[in-house]
Design a protein around this ligand. Structure first.
Ligand code: 3PG
Length: 215
């Protein structure tokens, strides 16, 4: 495993990609994830209540380390930080996002799936990159190939990851954590079955940490 430049990733092996449709779901969803051993949470800015959800989790779930995902503009970045996001994830990258991260001193995981994108983000000083969409961008094999030319860069892959292929990614020394939504099935969220979310989260975190213990 490469050095973890961000302390919040030290014990984060699985990062849930949260799409919160109802503000009232924010706190129970976060609590269910934390109860299952997952405490670094990415709330995507894909729904009208996303910023309110970040604020609610930041205030009411002290064991959660909440960040914002699907952050595509500098304004999104600022709004997410104002709401309480402590890290920012973007599917891609831009100078506006790089500049906001530097100005606000908030960690950014910019997206990169090509060598050129990796080089551009690295040149701006970003060494931990989101690799999205992982499964259709070459998967674990592509990330493994990046370890040759980009020995100081590591990745957080998301997109198409689940229990069956999680360890393919986490086994790579240049992968810090893997993101995904498999522990948040839409039907379970819709019905408020938070125990199911906790169970899936526990299975995910145990799978990930078993691997860490074996190393
Ligand atoms: C996303 O941005 O939606 C994430 O990459 C989650 O992908 P998944 O639903 O395939 O886990």
């Amino acid at each position: 495993m490469l050095t973890k430049p961000y302390s919040f990733l030290t014990s984060a092996f699985v990062i849930p990609v949260m799409v919160i449709e109802r503000e009232a779901d924010a706190i129970p969803m976060a609590e269910a994830l934390v109860a299952g051993g997952i405490n670094v949470l990415e709330v995507t800015l894909r729904t009208p209540c996303a910023l309110a959800a970040i604020k609610a989790i930041a205030q009411a779930v002290p064991d959660a380390h909440v960040g914002a995902g699907t952050v595509c503009t500098g304004d999104d970045f600022s709004a997410a930080v104002d709401a309480g996001a402590r890290f920012i994830v973007s599917p891609g990258q831009s100078d506006a996002l790089f500049n906001k991260s530097s100005a606000l001193k908030v960690p950014l995981l910019p997206g990169a799936v090509s060598a050129t994108e990796v080089m551009r983000a690295a040149e701006a000083g970003f060494k931990v990159l989101k690799f999205f969409p992982a499964s259709t961008s070459g998967g674990a094999a592509a990330i493994k190939a990046f370890s040759g030319p980009f020995s100081d860069i590591s990745f957080v892959p998301t997109g198409g990851i689940g229990p069956k292929n999680l360890l393919e990614y986490l086994d790579l020394p240049n992968v810090q954590a893997a993101g995904g939504s498999w522990m948040l099935p839409k039907d379970k969220i819709q019905s408020g079955d938070w125990q199911a979310v906790t169970q899936l989260s526990r299975e995910a975190s145990e799978l990930a940490t078993t691997k860490e213990l074996i190393q």
